[in-house]
Design a protein around this ligand. Structure first.
Ligand code: NAP
Length: 254
């Protein structure tokens, strides 16, 4: 299938490792120009080197930005947009603070809001006008199956991700006729440093997640990347306003 996005420009936030890197790699493989954004320039450079190992011709750029810092986001992404439009926005950021509901301080909820939800609102506000002008755009947000089913110690993730399900549905209705498709991917357990972190807090987390999948293993970032590339492509013409589970059958509900 030709995804037909080799003339497109994508911004992948949290693109320097884990799921974001899996998506950046999949888009780069399609010939898309990819801007990898994360806080650490060193992480970004490492990501670019790793993608170039398999895709030497990849069109890759970096952008050091802290998604929880509004001014920083407006300055950096505004600068990118002054060059040319961003056609594909991947909203992805590190996971929020984790822990039992009763122990999480209000400041942890503020951190979660800034990273998971507020950054999406700001980035969308920035990229949408040029997408509307050109009549084409793709927005994809990486959320979590926690939006649908409880995962112990992830109430902050669950709360803001459930909110993003509603946000996506609302925005998709408003911009669909302008050629803009808006979706979420809900990853199941994917082998990244985020999962290692959760395992440290709750030993056995890793094995219990694996046992809950239908296929009996943890997923890999490139398995998210391939679905993301399709959803953000010209080949996707009718999937919008929805949550797409990429979870190896982890989720129990229908
Ligand atoms: N892994 C899983 O099993 C899984 C399952 C469901 C949902 N998710 C969700 O998917 C997202 C990605 O997960 P992951 O496992 O790929 O995480 P990860 O390996 O920790 O990668 C997070 C990425 O985000 C960047 N980042 C973190 N904070 C940032 C900030 N304030 N501003 C800009 N960039 C920032 C990091 O780079 P820098 O450090 O350089 O900033 C890194 O590139 C998370 O939100 C997680 O909750 C993960």
């Amino acid at each position: 299938m030709d995804l037909n996005i080799s003339d497109r420009r994508a911004l992948v936030t949290g693109g320097s490792q884990g799921i974001g890197l899996g998506i950046a790699t999949a888009l780069a493989a399609e010939g898309t120009e990819v801007i990898i954004a994360s806080r650490s320039l060193e992480n970004i450079e490492r990501a670019i080197v790793s993608i170039r190992q398999t895709h030497p011709q990849a069109k890759l750029f970096g952008c050091a930005v802290d998604l929880r810092d509004e001014q920083n986001v407006r300055q950096k992404i505004g600068g990118l947009l002054s060059e040319k439009p961003i056609d594909i926005l991947i909203n992805n950021v590190g996971g929020p603070p984790a822990g039992p509901m009763t122990t999480l301080p209000l400041s942890a909820w503020d951190t979660g809001y800034q990273g998971l939800l507020r950054s999406v609102l700001i980035l969308t506000e920035l990229v949408l006008p040029s997408m509307q002008k050109q009549g084409w755009g793709r927005l994809l947000t990486i959320t979590s199956t926690a939006a649908k089913e409880r995962i112990p110690n992830l109430p902050i993730s669950a709360t803001f991700r459930a909110g993003l399900t509603a946000w996506t549905k609302n925005l998709a209705k408003e911009v669909g006729r302008a050629g803009i498709l808006v979706n979420n991917i809900l990853p199941g357990p994917i082998q990244t440093s985020r999962l290692d972190e959760l395992e440290k807090k709750s030993p056995d987390f890793y094995r219990s997640m694996q046992d809950e999948t239908a296929i009996g293993r943890i997923g890999k970032p490139d398995e998210i990347g391939r679905v993301a590339a399709f959803l953000c492509s010209a080949a996707n013409t009718f999937v919008t306003g929805t949550d797409v589970f990429v979870d190896g059958g982890y989720t129990r509900s229908y």
